[in-house]
Write a new protein. Structure first.
Length: 100
């Protein structure tokens, strides 16, 4: 079942020990959907990075795309404003962004 979910682009099912309950989530952040939201290539690649790694920091965004801290902050802020990413709640070192 897990392999079939992955093949169809769904997240891994959630299993509960007390009984059988499977929650299947569809990936709502496909490349086509992100393009429709007006994201640029770097932002789409950043979302893919978060899907793969679970989170992204401003420093990682800077390093991935060879850009300034300010440019990374603006891009991550736009992804947050569009409700694609959410911040960790902390500021400065140690802060990160993950999918909504």
């Amino acid at each position: 079942m897990i392999a079939q979910c992955k093949d169809q682009g769904f997240k891994t099912p959630v299993w509960h020990v007390s009984g059988f309950l499977s929650k299947i989530f569809k990936d709502r952040f496909t490349e086509n959907q992100l393009k429709k939201l007006g994201l640029n290539v770097r932002q789409i690649e950043a979302v893919e990075y978060v899907k793969k790694n679970g989170k992204i920091t401003n420093k990682e965004y800077q390093k991935l795309f060879q850009i300034s801290r300010e440019t990374a902050s603006r891009a991550l802020g736009e992804l947050t404003k569009k409700r694609i990413l959410k911040g960790s709640g902390s500021k400065g070192a140690g802060s990160y962004y993950e999918l909504m």
